[in-house]
Design a binder for this molecule. Structure first.
Ligand code: FMN
Ligand code: SF4
Length: 396
């Protein structure tokens, strides 16, 4: 039997194989964040495909932190019945499910949050959202930390098996960790230790509300690709060590950010036509020029976070690692596990194209997943179209 089909524990939870569906914004919730039948069906299908663990798309912990129009919400008790259906759908197919908790911070627009986006500091207008956030007050910070804890409590009520906190991809925890975004002079900024404090408090608030053995994984950025000094591999190594000391049960190894370098998060082709058409007419000419210049610069050549994972492994020993980004080849998947570069094979776009890929690998019918890295699925969600493989083009 391939090592890919051996089970592995994360915290007190056994995952039946090494395949993990990576957090993927589905664009399937209602505009106020409720779970829909379409969303439940997506997770039921993935579970039928034998994936060991499903990490959901990001869920908003507060209305002020909503990141997208059709993002699933976990910021009110009223969401719990819908979220429970989501977890049940995964369980009926035999998969485990982690809910991913996110506050977008500055990485959003007032249309989604109903207010001016906030961040650790009021600095820079970013080129993606054209937002210069307002600086968070001490009570904003307290409220957001508490909201992560409350959301974890709701996840437990909704039968989730674990939690994934995204401290990557440019969302609020990443903003606090980054000297590029965090210019604070109080206890929340000014040194690596102080910049880590927000994530530390979030982890403590979440863990406090999880039953013994229920796992918490943190998605970390090993290089957030900011235009100025931000999170680097050196700071990420410290974050990993501190998170291990806090008792998290695993680390997802990622990189990149949406604000300044969206292609660094996925690599592959730049879906220029689809992304440009998602923008207001007056932004289109400049966006077209910028994206044209990106073409060919981020081609997907393999697992791009592998070297970072090896560095993190040296800091955290046997703590389960979830490598994500560009894993496509079955032989490489096996080698990653055999060499202890990662404990799990985490993928996003391959599952969008082929929800049954784990079954195919198990039957020996697949040497390489067939996702073409064209990124039209990404173009789809930018246009508020539910996630699917749109290799042949978006619906008219
Ligand atoms: C359409 C799309 C939506 C995504 N949504 C999320 C998300 O909700 N949460 C998250 O942590 N990452 C998200 N990501 C990033 C993926 O989880 C993953 O880190 C990245 O796509 C690289 O993995 P891959 O090469 O297997 O696609 C998204 C990526 C894509 C393409
Ligand atoms: S649209 Fe399909 S082929 Fe293209 S990146 Fe997305 S899943 Fe892969």
């Amino acid at each position: 039997m391939s090592i890919l089909f051996s089970s592995k524990k994360v915290g007190g939870l056994e995952i039946k194989n090494r395949f993990v569906h990576s957090g993927t914004y589905e664009c399937m919730a209602t505009e106020t964040g409720e779970v829909t039948d379409q969303l439940i069906k997506r997770y039921a299908t993935l579970a039928k495909g034998e994936v060991g663990l499903i990490v959901t798309g990001y869920m908003s912990v507060l209305a002020s932190g909503r990141a997208a129009k059709h993002q699933t919400g976990i910021h009110s008790d009223s969401f719990i019945p819908g979220l429970r259906k989501l977890a049940d759908a995964a369980h009926e197919g035999g998969s485990k499910i982690f809910f991913q908790l996110v506050h977008a911070g500055r990485q959003t627009i007032p249309e989604y949050t109903g207010q001016k986006p906030m961040g650790p500091s009021s600095v820079h207008i970013d080129p993606t959202y054209l937002v210069k956030p307002r600086e968070m007050t001490a009570s904003d910070i307290k409220e957001v930390i508490e909201s992560y804890g409350e959301s974890a409590k709701r996840a437990v009520s909704a039968n989730a098996d674990g939690i994934n906190i995204s401290a990557a991809a440019g969302y609020l925890p990443n903003q606090f960790l980054s000297p590029y975004h965090n210019h604070r002079k109080d206890e929340w900024g000014g040194s690596d230790e102080n910049r880590f404090r927000f994530l530390m408090e979030v982890v403590i608030a979440v863990k406090k509300n999880l039953p013994q053995g229920m796992p918490l994984v943190v998605k970390i950025s090993t290089n957030d690709q900011s235009p100025g000094p931000g999170v680097t591999l050196e700071t990420a190594k410290k974050h990993a060590k501190w998170l291990a000391e806090l008792g998290v049960d695993g680390l997802e190894i990622a990189s990149g950010n949406l604000l300044y370098a969206h292609m660094t998060m996925w690599h592959g082709d730049v879906p220029i036509k689809e992304l440009v058409q998602s923008l207001a007419w007056w932004k289109r000419p400049a966006a077209w020029i910028v994206m044209k210049r990106m073409e060919g610069k981020y081609l997907l050549k393999g697992p791009w976070n592998l070297e970072a994972a090896r560095s993190i492994r040296k800091m955290t020993g046997e703590l389960p690692l979830f490598l994500v980004g560009g894993i496509r080849d079955v032989q490489i998947m096996e080698k990653l596990i055999e060499n202890s570069d990662s404990d799990f094979i985490q993928m996003c776009r391959p599952f969008v194209r082929e929800p049954f890929l784990v079954k195919k690998i198990q039957k020996g019918e697949m040497e390489k997943v067939s996702c073409k890295n064209c990124n039209r699925c990404l173009g789809a969600i930018a246009n508020h179209i539910p996630i699917a493989c749109y290799y042949n083009g978006l619906p008219e």
